[in-house]
Design a protein around this ligand. Structure first.
Ligand code: 9RB
Ligand code: ZN
Length: 365
C-alpha cells in the first residue's frame, strides 16, 4: 500500500491566540492560556511521524492553496469575503461563533488547509498512492456554507468531496470520526444524495442540539445523512462495535467511489473537550476496519485531519493510524498500560442498547 502524506509548516503557525473557550479576564479570575485549539498538537503529531521514521514510508505531497472556485463550491461568497477582509486586519478576526479566532493571513492559511485536502485526494485519484493522510490545520467539519464555527473556517472535507465530484467521482462517503458532530458537513450535503455525510460523535457534545440519529437529510439527500450519537464514556469496544454494526453497513449500502475520513483524535482518552475513552489500540483497530471497508468497496481512502486537543496523546493516536496505513510498527504508546489497567473498554449494556436504537433509526435492522 502506497501512502500519501501532507503537512505544511505554516499549519503549525495558525494563531489562535489565548483564551479559547474561556477568554482571559483577571477580574473574573480567568488566567491567560493558549487556546485549546493550539496548532501545537498537530505539529507534534507531524514531528512524531518524522522522528519515528513513519514518514520515510510515505509519498510526501506538497500543499497548495485551494482556489476561490474550489471554496465557492461549498461556501457562500458573502461569508468568504467577510473572513477574507478580516484576515487583512493586523489582529485577524473570527470565523463566526467567537470561539474560532484566526490571525493575520488566517484566510490564506485556511485556503492552504483546504487545498491540502484536495492535493491528497488528487494523489489517490491519480494513482500516485492507494491511501492518504492530510494532516491539515485549521480543521473544517463545523464550518457551514454561510458561517464558520467550532475552530473551523472552511469545510475542508466538503471542499475535497466537491472537488472529487467535479473530477467525475460519482459517490463520495464522508466518515466523520471526530468526537464532535460534523454539523457543517451535514448542512452542506443535506439535500444532496451523491455525498454521504456520516458522523460518529459523542451525543450532545458540540454543537448544542445537533447530530440526532433522526436527522437523515431531505429530498434527494434523504438517507445520505447518517448520525451516530454515542453515549459519553465509550471506549475502544464501543467504537469497534459502532464500526461493525452501523458504519460499515451504512457505507456499503451507499456504495461510494471514494471514502473521506474526517479524522479527529478528540475521542481519545486524554482529550479535554470530550469524554470518550479511545486509546491508540482503538484508533489502530478503527483504521484497519476503514482500510478493509475501502478495499471491499474498491474505493480509495483519504484521512483528513479535524480536531484533537491533547498535546501528549494526539501524536500517539495519529501514529497508530499511520502505522496501519504504512504497514510498519514504529511507535510505542507510553500510556497504553496505564489505560489498560483502568478497564472500561468493553462494550456495556447501555452502549449496545444505544447502538441498536440508532441502527433501527437509520434503517439497519
Ligand atoms: C458554547 C461553547 C465549543 C465547544 C467545543 C468545540 C470543539 C470543537 C471541535 C468548539 C467550540 C462555549 C457553545 C464555551 O473540536 N470540533 O471538532 N464552544 N462551546 N460557550 N458556548 C455557548
Ligand atoms: Zn472535534
Amino acid at each position: 500500500m502506497r501512502t500519501a502524506y501532507l503537512w505544511h509548516e505554516a499549519f503549525g503557525w495558525a494563531d489562535t491566540g489565548t483564551g479559547g473557550l474561556a477568554p482571559a479576564d483577571w477580574t473574573q479570575g480567568i488566567q491567560p492560556l493558549p487556546h485549546v485549539a493550539s496548532p501545537d498538537t498537530k505539529r507534534r503529531l507531524h514531528e512524531l511521524l518524522a522522528v519515528s521514521g513513519l514518514l520515510d514510508r510515505c509519498v510526501r505531497i506538497p500543499a497548495r492553496p485551494a482556489t476561490m472556485e474550489e471554496i465557492l463550491r461549498v461556501h457562500e461568497s458573502e461569508y468568504v469575503n467577510r473572513v477574507h477582509s478580516e484576515s487583512e486586519h493586523p489582529k485577524g478576526g473570527d470565523c463566526g461563533d467567537g470561539f474560532s479566532p484566526f490571525g493575520k493571513g488566517g484566510f490564506d492559511l485556511a485556503l492552504l488547509s483546504s487545498g491540502g485536502a484536495i492535493a491528497v485526494v488528487d494523489a489517490v485519484l491519480d494513482g500516485r498512492a492507494d491511501v492518504g493522510y492530510a494532516n491539515i490545520n485549521p480543521p473544517g467539519h463545523h464550518a457551514r456554507s454561510d458561517m464558520g464555527m467550532g475552530f473551523c473556517m472552511f469545510n475542508n472535507v466538503s471542499v475535497a468531496a466537491a472537488h472529487a465530484r467535479a473530477r467525475g467521482v460519482e459517490r463520495v462517503a464522508i466518515v466523520d470520526l471526530d468526537v464532535h458532530h460534523g454539523n457543517g458537513t451535514e448542512q452542506i450535503w443535506w439535500k444532496d444524495g451523491t455525498v454521504l455525510a456520516l458522523s460518529v460523535h459523542q451525543d450532545g457534545c458540540f454543537p448544542p442540539d445537533s447530530g440526532h440519529a433522526e436527522d437523515r437529510g431531505e429530498g434527494e439527500g434523504l438517507g445520505a445523512t447518517v448520525n451516530i450519537p454515542l453515549p459519553p464514556g465509550g471506549g475502544d469496544g464501543l467504537y469497534a462495535a459502532t464500526l461493525t454494526r452501523i458504519v460499515a453497513p451504512a457505507v456499503h449500502r451507499f456504495g461510494p467511489d471514494l471514502i473521506l475520513v474526517a479524522s479527529g483524535f478528540d475521542a481519545g482518552m486524554m482529550d479535554p473537550l470530550a469524554r470518550m475513552m479511545v486509546t491508540t489500540e482503538g484508533f489502530r483497530h478503527i483504521a484497519k476496519e476503514l482500510v478493509a471497508l475501502a478495499n471491499a468497496a474498491q474505493a480509495p481512502l483519504v484521512f483528513i485531519q479535524e480536531g484533537g486537543y491533547s498535546p501528549i496523546y494526539v501524536p500517539f493516536c495519529g501514529a497508530a493510524v499511520m502505522e496501519v496505513l504504512t504497514g510498519k510498527a514504529a511507535v510505542q504508546d507510553p500510556l497504553i498500560r496505564l489505560f489498560a489497567s483502568m478497564g472500561g473498554q468493553e462494550v456495556r449494556g447501555h452502549e449496545r442498547d444505544a447502538l441498536e436504537r440508532i441502527a433501527a433509526v437509520v434503517g439497519l435492522r
